[in-house]
Design a protein around this ligand. Structure first.
Ligand SMILES: O=C(O)CCC(=O)C(=O)O
Length: 197
């Protein structure tokens, strides 16, 4: 499973019970935040709505995100996964250099979180992407290279996964974008999400 995750940037497991999920995530690193992702009309958080979520990364400190599906709605809520580096590499070198410097507002969750984060940083020789289109700085919003990149992301074909109860989806948050389609039907859906450092 770990090999698959390292190779493809994500893995999808079926029939995982609670204790096995705990064991699996502990093997990946330290859990820095745990959230029950459900549809809560009273919440202002987009993730808790029934809306589609455009492809994005989560908090910059989360190397992996693991979702354990507890319940799935009966229509919609399909998970989307896309290798952002493959889209980035479609651009000419000059565009890539410019794009790498575009800054998004950072997810501010923990004490000491920075105000903003670049789209691309190099950490120990590895590329680390951060792409939060709904957190783009107003000064960058109309930058032609960002507009072009957003279009390429929209046109790309993500992997689509319909999670069922007991399934686990793990993504490398520094390499893959994730999102979901809108949630219809019963909307009785719960994913236990872990950010893993
Ligand atoms: O609801 C989902 O399938 C994914 C939600 C999401 O984007 C997130 O947990 O960051």
């Amino acid at each position: 499973m770990r090999d698959e995750l390292m190779q493809n940037g994500y893995c999808h497991l079926k029939g995982v019970d609670g204790p096995s999920f705990e064991q699996f995530i502990t093997g990946l690193g330290a859990v820095i935040l745990r959230t029950a992702v459900t549809v809560r009309p009273e919440s202002r958080a987009l993730v808790m709505s029934d809306k589609a979520l455009d492809l994005h990364t989560d908090h910059q400190e989360a190397r992996f995100i693991a979702w354990h599906c507890i319940r799935q709605t009966d229509h919609g809520g399909t998970s989307l996964v896309l290798d952002v580096g493959e889209v980035f590499d479609l651009l000419p070198e000059a565009d890539r250099q410019r794009l790498a410097q575009i800054r998004f507002m950072a997810h501010r969750v923990f004490d000491g979180d920075p105000d903003e984060h670049p789209l691309l940083s190099q950490v120990n020789g590895h590329r680390r992407f951060y792409y939060a289109p709904f957190l783009v700085h107003s000064r960058h919003r109309a930058e032609p290279v960002l507009v072009k990149f957003r279009q390429l992301v929209r046109e790309a074909t993500p992997v689509m996964i319909d999670l069922e109860a007991g399934d686990v989806l793990v993504v490398d948050n520094h390499r893959m974008l994730h999102g979901r389609t809108a949630i219809f039907g019963s909307k009785d859906r719960q994913l236990d999400r872990c950010w893993i450092k």
